[in-house]
Structures are given as structure tokens and as C-alpha cells.
Design a protein around this ligand. Structure first.
Ligand code: C5P
Length: 300
């Protein structure tokens, strides 16, 4: 009996998300500065016959567990790449909300790639797993590497950014998710009349990550999808304003939303902001976390 492999796989936020022009393949050219944060889904891979999946936790009841699930697709994609039989029983404990702008589905796929690679002893490198992951979703390669990183292309070409220290975040989860394609389409509609420039990395932001300076990072946070997410979900504007009123250094929509991330000075400050936001009753759940966190990794 082979011992089950347990993998923790992180959520991400985009401390910078600059959305360039729409490409011919339907994706947008991006500069995405990712930070992996300490909200994790846990993927367990055990011996099985064929690929099966069960899920528990945050939003699990509303997710498909069949062949359309990104984790199931990840297992099949790895088996095909490594030319092995796809036999695994997968279980995912979800803490990351679905359709929340935190790449929960992508990180489950990344965790599955790492877990199956170990279970099947296929011995692939992270770069090979990232190559498979990029076919599954734009955010999957980053979830394999974690840390702070710049994503180019559609977000799948990853370059690490060295940083110092930990940043403290408060996350506000919404009742209902937002569809990523719908938010990108709304972004296109809002910018229809404008010339959309090629995106570039903010020097100030990279400097803030390198210095581990939350005040500097607060001034450099940027998300081009935020106006689109707010126009589809106007209550997000009030939530963002409330977080700053309660003392957060800055608040932003995470990726395509609707999760909002509030940057705090330190751990104690993040407790104060979390308590105040919880008391407003403006969001379903409030959680605290830190970043950067490691990428998908096997639990010893
Ligand atoms: O790659 P992924 O499947 O995660 O992307 C989900 C959707 O987000 C795409 O179908 C597309 O509508 C949008 N997207 C985009 N440009 C990107 C990444 C995602 O338009 N660079």
C-alpha cells in the first residue's frame, strides 16, 4: 500500500495586475505581480483506479467532481505527459473560496500535479509541471512556484521576485463569486474608447517587495480589473472604503474579485482591521493571512 501524498497549495493575490490589449486567442497580455498567501487548499492523492475526486470545505458542494474539474484534468494531463496510467483517488480540503479571485481552482490543479508526480514517481521538475499547468489555466504555474513573482504573457510565464519579510493581509470573502471571463469582458467594455497600452512592471512595487515595506507597497498596489469588478458588484466599493476607514493601509480587489484584500502594518494591526470588518457584516467571512508563502508543497 503506497502512503497517501498530502500537498498544501496556496491562494494568490495580485499586488499588481496590469491588463494589456486583448490578444487574438481571447486572452489579455498581462503584467501580473503575484504574491502567494497563507490560505491553503490541501490535496491528498491516494492509490486509486482511474481518477476520482471528492471535496470538502469552502464552496465544495457547488463544484463538479467529474472530468471538467481542473484537478481531475490536471491528473489526466500529467499522466499523458509522463506516459503513465492515470490511477489516483484525490481528495481536496478547500479553504480558498471558489470564483473569488484567489486562484483556488488553479491552486488545486497545481497541488494535484505535485501530489500525482510524487504518487506516480514520475519525477518531473517544477518547470515541467508548470508547462503542463500552463495548458490548464493561466495561474497554475505560479501556484507551483509561490513566493513573489512576475507573470507575463497571459500570466503563465513566471519570474521570481526576491523579497524580504512578510506582509500581513485581511481578506474579505463575498457571498457570491464573480466569473473571471465576465470581469475581463467588462474591463474591455469600460476601456472601449481608450488606447490600451502594453503593461509594464511597476518599479515602485518591486522596490516595496524587496524592502518588505508595507507602507510603500500600499501606495503601489494596482489592479486594472478593479473598476470592472466594482461595476459588476458595486457593494465592493463601500467594502474597500470601509477597510481603509478602519485603518488598513490600502484595500484592493483580488484579481477578478470579488474577494478584497486589505494590507496591514503587522499582525496586531491585521487583527484590528479583521475585527472591525467582521463587525460591519458587509462580507460573508473575514480571514487573515500573510505573504509571500511557498508554492504547492508536500507535507512531511
Ligand atoms: O487561463 P484561465 O482559464 O484561468 O482564464 C480564465 C479566463 O480569464 C479566460 O477564459 C479569459 O476570459 C480570462 N483571461 C484573460 N486574459 C488572461 C487570463 C485570463 O482574458 N491573461
Amino acid at each position: 500500500m503506497v502512503v497517501p501524498i498530502i500537498v498544501r497549495s496556496p491562494a494568490k493575490i495580485n499586488v499588481q495586475l496590469s491588463v494589456g490589449p486583448l490578444r487574438a486567442d481571447g486572452y489579455h497580455e498581462l503584467i501580473s505581480v503575484f504574491q502567494a498567501v497563507s490560505l491553503n487548499d490541501v490535496v491528498t492523492a491516494s492509490e486509486g483506479s482511474g481518477v476520482s475526486l471528492s471535496m470538502m470545505g469552502e464552496g465544495a458542494e457547488s463544484l463538479p467532481v467529474g472530468d471538467t474539474n481542473l484537478a481531475v484534468r490536471a491528473a489526466h494531463a500529467l499522466a499523458q505527459y509522463a506516459k503513465v496510467d492515470a490511477n489516483v483517488s484525490l481528495h481536496i480540503e478547500k479553504s480558498i473560496p471558489i470564483a473569488g479571485g484567489l486562484a483556488g481552482g488553479s491552486t488545486d490543479a497545481a497541488g494535484t500535479l505535485v501530489a500525482c508526480d510524487a504518487l506516480w514517481e514520475t519525477g518531473l521538475t517544477r518547470d515541467q509541471l508548470a508547462e503542463i499547468g500552463a495548458q490548464l489555466g493561466s495561474d497554475v504555474p505560479f501556484a507551483l512556484f509561490g513566493g513573489n513573482a512576475i507573470g507575463r504573457g497571459r500570466g503563465e510565464q513566471i519570474m521570481p521576485v526576491l523579497g524580504r519579510g512578510q506582509f500581513h493581509w485581511v481578506f474579505a470573502f463575498a457571498d457570491e463569486g464573480l466569473s473571471t471571463p465576465a470581469v475581463y469582458q467588462q474591463c474591455d467594455r469600460l476601456r472601449e474608447a481608450d488606447e490600451v497600452p502594453e503593461p509594464y512592471v511597476s518599479d515602485l512595487l518591486v522596490q516595496a517587495l524587496r524592502a518588505g515595506d508595507p507602507e510603500l507597497l500600499a501606495g503601489a498596489l494596482h489592479n486594472d480589473l478593479q473598476p470592472a469588478a466594482i461595476s459588476l458588484r458595486p457593494s465592493l466599493r463601500t467594502l474597500l472604503e470601509a477597510g481603509v476607514e478602519y485603518g488598513a493601509l490600502a484595500g484592493m480587489v483580488s484579481g477578478s474579485g470579488p474577494t478584497c484584500a486589505f494590507l496591514c502594518r503587522d499582525s496586531e494591526h491585521s487583527i484590528d482591521v479583521a475585527v472591525a470588518l467582521t463587525a460591519t457584516g458587509m462580507c460573508r467571512t473575514v480571514k487573515r493571512g500573510t505573504g509571500p508563502s511557498p508554492g504547492a508543497r508536500i507535507e512531511q
